[in-house]
Design a protein around this ligand. Structure first.
Ligand code: IDP
Ligand code: CA
Length: 406
């Protein structure tokens, strides 16, 4: 369970407090070592006077691909990618504040799936990079984050940015994060019934503004979009993948190609002789999710914020605008999956996995979590120009635990 500190009361969304003079600026650096990429988030906070609350002023964001787990056998090279991103922070943070600016890296599903030994040697190399930097390096500066934190911290970010964690009328929103290797669902249950019928390890409590929030949250390892591709192909947890050809009705008939994920090379292709298209494809992806996820009744009637690969695939298929995002219904993903899967030749300039990805997203939402066709999804990349990522929630926690904010 999360600790029950009240770490939010010192922060207000910057749009709620007009910014005047920058009397006192401070920074926090959070690295997201995701399964498909490594990202740096450099947050700027302004504390105008001791009695005023610090405000989140802005963010500098940069990312590199692939993620650390692709360097499982070359940890030093992996750490080098982190170093290059950290050099950005050297430029962004004024020298006199370097020593007061904490830097932390949290890894998610990519490293969770590696062997303990390989993951630890990667983290060790990153730690050395941090220790050689001029920044404040806390004791626990590099780690693999627990999946339940990932969901809760993203929920905090979104609800903080939308102003739901302050003031009276709090209408918190649930969050859906679809990563490469894992996926998270998080919401604040409104009904006693939900708490009763939910397994204990899906509930996480914490306190803020003198209220205790008991969140429903779960991270499904192996249910991220890229892990789901492997599962659909039947290549997940297969010992000797070398040379083996994995085929699917979700891929263009004539396709034969190679794909690298998590340091492993996979050969995959279409159903040359057999069926292709939405119907057979949906049956394939259904096997990956059916009966594998907990379905809280309450989410059927609620709307959710969705980001990461939900956002990316909606952009790729023109369901939403890249800059604006937008509101979709679950059935919009299904319609688009049908359109793409039944016309793969027309979409062959896009990723060969587009049909599989859309079919999987549809199956995950409908058959996995149990959402309705008309459940509303707010697709969001940024709120007030800040990335919707667990990293902001993690930075609040970090600053509070270091006593940088009171
Ligand atoms: O800061 C961010 N802003 C927006 N999207 C992000 C951010 N960080 C990660 N993503 C999205 O997350 C997805 C990749 O997931 P990731 O590599 O984090 O896998 P994981 O969460 O399973 O470890 C991509 O869709 C990527 O665009
Ligand atoms: Ca992620």
């Amino acid at each position: 369970h999360l600790n029950r500190e009240m770490w939010f009361q010192d922060f207000l969304p910057s749009n709620m407090c007009p910014i005047n003079a920058k009397d006192n600026t401070f920074y926090g650096i959070m690295f997201d070592a995701g399964s498909t990429g490594t990202r740096i988030h450099i947050y700027t906070f302004v504390q105008k006077s001791p009695e005023n609350l610090p405000e989140l002023e802005g963010e500098i964001f940069e990312s590199v691909k692939p993620g650390l787990s692709a360097y499982a056998d070359q940890p030093e090279k992996g750490a080098e990618t982190v170093k290059r991103l950290l050099d950005m922070a050297i430029d962004a943070v004024p020298p006199h504040l370097w020593k007061k600016t904490p830097v932390v890296l949290k890894a998610t599903a990519g490293l969770r799936l590696l062997s303990e030994e390989k993951a630890q040697s990667l983290l060790l190399e990153v730690r050395e990079v941090f220790e050689e930097s001029p920044f404040l390096v806390p004791e626990d500066c590099v780690s693999i984050m627990d999946g339940s934190y990932e969901g809760v911290l993203a929920w905090i970010t979104v609800n903080f940015l939308t102003g739901q964690l302050s003031g009276q009328n709090q209408h918190t929103v649930g969050t859906l994060d679809l990563g490469g290797a894992s996926t998270q669902i998080t919401f604040l249950p409104r009904f006693e019934e939900t708490l009763k019928e939910t397994p204990g390890d899906f509930l996480t409590s914490f306190e803020m503004f003198n209220s205790t929030y008991k969140l429903y949250t779960h991270s499904y390892l192996g249910f991220g979009l890229k892990a789901a591709r492997l599962a659909t192909l039947g290549a997940l947890n297969v010992e000797a993948v070398d040379g083996q050809m994995f085929r699917s009705s979700c891929l263009p008939k004539q396709l034969e190609a190679e794909w690298h994920f998590g340091g492993v090379k996979y050969r995959y292709g279409g159903n040359k002789e057999g069926e292709t298209g939405f119907k057979p494809c949906y049956l394939e992806v259904l096997k990956v999710v059916k009966g594998k996820l907990h379905q809280p009744e309450e989410i059927r009637g609620r709307s959710f914020y969705a980001f990461s690969y939900y956002y990316d695939r909606a952009v790729d298929t023109n369901l939403i605008d890249y800059e604006q995002g937008g509101v979709l219904e679950v059935r919009d993903f299904e319609r688009k999956a049908e359109e793409v899967c039944d016309n793969m030749e027309r979409y062959n300039s896009a990723s060969p996995f587009l049909c599989m990805d859309l079919a999987y997203i549809t199956a995950l939402l409908k058959e996995g979590f149990g959402f309705r066709d008309n459940t509303l999804l707010q697709l969001t990349k940024k709120v007030n120009n800040i990335e919707t990522s667990w990293t902001l929630g993690a930075t609040f926690h970090l600053l509070q635990s270091l006593g940088i904010t009171y």
